[in-house]
Design a protein around this ligand. Structure first.
Ligand SMILES: NC(=O)c1ccc[n+]([C@@H]2O[C@H](COP(=O)([O-])OP(=O)(O)OC[C@H]3O[C@@H](n4cnc5c(N)ncnc54)[C@H](O)[C@@H]3O)[C@@H](O)[C@H]2O)c1
Length: 407
């Protein structure tokens, strides 16, 4: 099958699981919600992103897309978008940091009206360059949210940003169920390892790491959790996990996965005490959680042994297997979140982006969460697609609850 046909088949398959997006597609294209708007996207270039970009295009927008990560781009999708749509695409699998930065710059120089971001790099650049055309932006991930908060604290945001990460539906589908399943998928595709009986060390028991810990335990792993937050550590302990400082966990683990959004969570002193033939990977947004530089300095040999594995041979004779250069493992070594998850993630971004087109001037240059009614609307649409019916409060119950709240 040629690349374009393959991409079209992948998109057709993904659409089957993206019922909320299909509803939005119908309304947005009929109403031309983004007529003549220039929309800059910095997202992982995957099947679901292609569907999203097509919806924006059908809604009247001009779209410019770049990759959120050097290893998250699917080549067949790029080929499809370049040849079958008017969407401009930058980014290819394996691009350098310099390529990435130049691509971001090209989008900002194009002077977009709206931005949809994953990691807030486009938002940061637009802010730094004092881009005056931008009406608003959406940001998808936790790392991006904290970056935008910092910008706002230090130098007041120059345009409003809606961060979708903490909405109920995003957290449930994307952070919890999407990340956990696709990270396991990435580890297995990269290594073909049997999970049962392995000691799996999970660094970071937050929104993403906690459900991953649960799911991989369900596959028979002995899970050790490393945390720095006492409440999160307690939560993990009450869920029945062993909690250890990384220094001790490092000596016990067979597979390590980081979910912290923090730097050098696995470093030299940990690698020094690891067993032979361990597997290291990262699920956080950036490739900063495993100290790759230290690993390279400690190695006397280094070889790419499988498509997404680099094997480091240390001076002490032990080998360390790093998946996808420590980059976001579910994107780099698997296909990212399932389409049913991206249905929710992108629906939240699209409905949030729409708010900037109907804004009546009340939106300040600040950071916002997704309005509750949008989150609820998306939950209703998803329930409907799943064929799930729920009860409704009757009049008596409504009155009772209203009074209870007043009391
Ligand atoms: N792979 C994906 O598809 C995907 C999806 C969503 C989010 N993310 C990324 O995953 C990362 C985590 O996101 P989250 O929503 O779970 O964040 P979170 O803030 O809910 O959880 C992070 C946890 O890591 C802990 N932590 C911080 N430093 C640590 C350290 N040195 N050792 C041990 N624990 C430490 C924190 O206490 C916190 O509990 C972010 O970079 C986010 O952008 C990835």
């Amino acid at each position: 099958m040629d690349m374009i046909k393959q991409a079209q088949e992948k998109i057709r398959w993904a659409r089957k699981y993206m019922s909320v997006m299909k509803e939005i597609e119908e309304r947005f294209s009929a109403e031309k919600i983004f007529q003549d708007k220039k929309i800059g996207l910095c997202l992982h270039i995957t099947t679901e992103t292609a569907f999203l970009a097509r919806i924006l295009e059908k809604s009247g927008a001009k779209v410019y897309l770049t990759a959120a990560n050097p290893l998250s781009t699917q080549a067949d999708i790029v080929s499809y978008l370049e040849n079958e749509t008017r969407i401009k695409v930058l980014g290819f699998r394996g691009m350098t940091e310099q390529d990435h930065f130049e691509n971001l710059q090209k989008i900002i120089d194009w002077e977009p009206d709206l931005i949809m971001d994953d990691g807030a790099e486009l938002i940061s650049l637009a802010h730094d360059m004092n881009n005056t055309t931008i009406i608003g932006a959406t940001e998808e991930t936790a790392t991006g949210y904290y970056k935008v908060l910092k910008i706002d604290d230090e130098s007041n945001l120059r345009f409003p940003v809606i961060a979708t990460n903490f909405s109920f539906c995003h957290d449930l589908f994307d952070n919890k169920h999407g990340t956990s399943q696709s990270v396991i998928d990435g580890i297995i595709r990269a290594t073909n390892a049997l999970i049962s009986g392995k000691s799996v060390v999970v660094a970071g028991y937050g929104q993403c790491g906690s459900i991953f810990a649960d799911k991989i335990r369900g596959m028979g792993a002995n899970v050790i959790v490393c945390e720095v937050n006492p409440q999160k550590a307690l939560e993990a302990a009450l869920a029945g996990f062993r909690i250890l400082p990384m220094k001790q966990a490092a000596a016990e683990g067979d597979i390590f996965c980081t979910f912290t959004g923090n730097i050098n969570v696995i470093k030299k002193e940990h690698i020094d005490v690891m067993k032979d033939n361990v597997i290291l990977c990262n699920a956080g947004h950036y490739d900063i959680e495993i100290d790759k530089r230290a690993l390279a300095q400690m190695a006397v040999g280094m070889e790419k042994t499988r498509e997404n594995i680099t094997e480091y041979v240390l001076e002490n004779g032990k080998t360390i297997n790093l998946i996808a250069e420590g980059r976001i493992v579910n994107m780099a070594a698997a296909e990212g979140h399932p389409a049913a998850v991206m249905d929710i993630t992108f629906a939240l971004q699209l409905l949030s982006l729409e708010l900037f087109t109907i804004d009546d001037g009340t939106m300040q240059t600040s950071i916002y969460e997704v309005p509750e009614y949008i989150d609820e609307n998306i939950a209703n649409l998803k329930l409907e697609a799943l064929g799930i019916q729920i009860d409704e409060l009757d009049h008596e119950q409504l009155i009772y609850l209203e009074n209870a709240i007043v009391d």
